[in-house]
Design a protein around this ligand. Structure first.
Ligand SMILES: NC(=O)c1ccc[n+]([C@@H]2O[C@H](COP(=O)([O-])OP(=O)(O)OC[C@H]3O[C@@H](n4cnc5c(N)ncnc54)[C@H](OP(=O)(O)O)[C@@H]3O)[C@@H](O)[C@H]2O)c1
Length: 325
């Protein structure tokens, strides 16, 4: 963990048992797949390509996408830029996720294999370095673990060399815990559950550590509200924010204002400071946000700020259970 108040380095470390060398920041590419239903705005292809180029040229060496982001659009756009570069730059790690069929809901083993094959095609790769089973809450644990089911299909992709390392990425903590406890996954992503607004994933990090699974925290801004501010972006975990959450975000923002600190910097460093989190995935949709992310990660923040932020108690309710505003 970086000591309080010290600028954060982007030093690369082995990602658990995968041995992949990655920094503590990972660029999340859901917005680059153009997902207005989740983020309430569109991202045009040229803007996405410019952002991907800036990412590959920048100091962050870890990128996170998924087959479902824009139903292949995030991967297709990334594939255009990877082909321009003649493949993934040395030392860069591209992770993606295998998904159900978004149209039919099919979460079978055959579908997961088709998803991996489509990712390889769209990205122009022969092998995925890291591929997660994505959003397993869209099926049941039993169905996911069935012989011939999605987990077995992903493991088979690994045995055949289409995927080097497998992980699991999803929401509900109880369910994610069951998958981690199978011992089949090297990496686990939890999202929207460890932020200044919500700390439901707190016990999950420790559980991953005990299991020897690398833990990754996605969406440190709760989907954007903690980067853009509650007035500019009154949404929480991809829905209109309930009034209690807006109130919490406003209180956090006013603490930051007192210390002349950007709310986004505090939200990002809250995740980067957590001892058991191997990497934090930050969504971004422009090259400027990439530069700002690095600035926010490095910005010195005083101990007193953390003490005052801690007076605004985060919820531990599951964000998927939060009622609409
Ligand atoms: N099931 C899963 O595995 C799962 C679930 C959720 C997320 N994830 C991963 O985690 C990533 C991050 O999650 P997220 O994108 O949903 O949420 P997030 O990281 O909490 O918030 C991202 C949003 O914050 C805004 N933002 C970022 N940097 C900013 C800056 N410097 N200034 C102003 N605004 C800024 C951007 O909004 P604008 O683009 O509107 O400016 C961006 O889309 C995803 O992209 C995905 O890769 C995985």
């Amino acid at each position: 963990m970086t000591p309080h108040g010290q600028p954060l380095p982007l030093r690369r470390r082995a990602l658990g048992t995968t041995g992949l060398l990655v920094g503590p920041l990972c660029v999340g590419c859901a917005p680059l797949g153009d997902m207005p239903e989740a983020f309430a705005y569109s991202v045009a292809e040229e803007q996405a390509l410019a952002t991907y180029r800036a990412i590959l040229d920048g100091p962050i060496n870890f990128l996170d996408t998924a087959a479902s982001y824009g139903n292949g659009e995030s991967e297709r756009r990334l594939g255009i830029v990877l082909r321009e570069r003649g493949g993934i730059p040395d030392g860069f790690v591209v992770a993606t996720k295998a998904d159900r069929d978004l149209r039919t809901g099919d979460f079978s083993g055959d579908q997961i294999r088709r998803s991996v094959e489509r990712s390889l095609r769209l990205l122009g790769l022969e092998r995925l370095r890291l591929c997660y089973l994505h959003d397993p809450e869209e099926t049941t644990f039993a169905a996911a673990m069935d012989p011939g089911g999605p987990v077995e299909a992903l493991r088979r992709c690994k045995e055949e060399g289409l995927v080097a390392h497998i992980g699991v990425a999803g929401g509900p903590i109880d369910l994610m815990t069951r998958f981690v406890e199978t011992g089949l996954f090297e990496v686990a992503i939890s999202h929207n559950r460890y932020t200044l607004l919500n700390t439901a994933a707190d016990p999950f990090w420790d559980m991953c550590r005990r299991q020897g699974v690398a833990a990754i925290n996605a969406a440190p801004y709760s989907g954007g509200i903690l980067a853009m501010g509650p007035d500019a972006y009154p949404r929480y975990a991809y829905r209109d924010a309930p009034s209690a959450m807006l109130e919490r975000a406003r209180r956090l923002e006013s603490v930051c204002t007192r210390f002349d600190a950007p709310l986004g910097a505090a939200a990002l460093q809250f995740s980067l400071r957590a001892p058991h989190i191997a990497a934090t995935i930050v969504g971004m949709s422009t090259p400027d946000q990439l530069h700002q992310t690095i600035e926010w990660a490095r910005r010195p923040l005083p101990d007193e700020l953390w003490a005052d932020l801690a007076t605004v108690t985060p919820t531990t309710d599951d964000p998927d259970m939060v009622k609409e505003a």
